[in-house]
Write a protein that binds this ligand. Structure first.
Ligand code: ZN
Length: 160
């Protein structure tokens, strides 16, 4: 059975950056996802379409087809006194910030300049070209409930 919309593919993968450093890899040897639901980066999803179990491929995905380009408008300068006084602020730390529309976003503390804190709301992998080495382990039809929820259930995926 080949990979197509509303099928579940189980992969083993390694993700590296341009520098060859490993960014992420499938844990416990495999990773299941629902194809065609935007659960993985668009460039990789496109490359996997029509592939079959046993196939192994290397896919280079440009930033625009991965986590997008870095958007300078998403980098903001925030006064230090907007953080709790006892908060230990360190460059590189990730935390949740609430934007004006009330949604919580994961942001990165990108720098501290004088009394200002530089906060970056870009995805940590924004602006990066990604290199995937993928082996397709299995493909099955998705269950109705998985299609409704837009994610995989069971041992390889999401648990409720
Ligand atoms: Zn679910």
């Amino acid at each position: 059975m080949k990979i197509s919309k509303h099928r579940v593919a189980v992969l083993a993968y390694t993700l590296t950056g341009d520098d060859g450093q490993i960014i992420d890899e499938s844990h416990d040897g495999s990773f299941g996802y629902l194809h065609g639901a935007g659960n993985i980066v668009p460039g990789l999803e496109k490359a996997l379409d029509g592939r079959r179990p046993g196939e192994a491929l290397r896919v280079v995905v440009e930033a625009a087809d991965a986590y997008g380009e870095r958007d300078l408008a998403r980098i903001q300068r925030v006064p230090r006194d907007r953080f709790p006084p006892d908060a230990e602020l360190q460059v590189g730390m990730r935390f949740q910030a609430r934007s004006q529309d009330g949604h919580a976003h994961a942001v990165t503390l990108a720098g501290i300049e004088g009394t200002d804190v530089i906060v970056d709301a870009n995805h940590p992998l924004a602006g990066q070209r990604l290199h995937f080495a993928v082996t397709i382990l299995s493909v099955r039809s998705a269950k109705k409930e998985e299609i409704t929820h837009r994610h995989v259930h069971g041992p390889d995926g999401h648990h409720h």
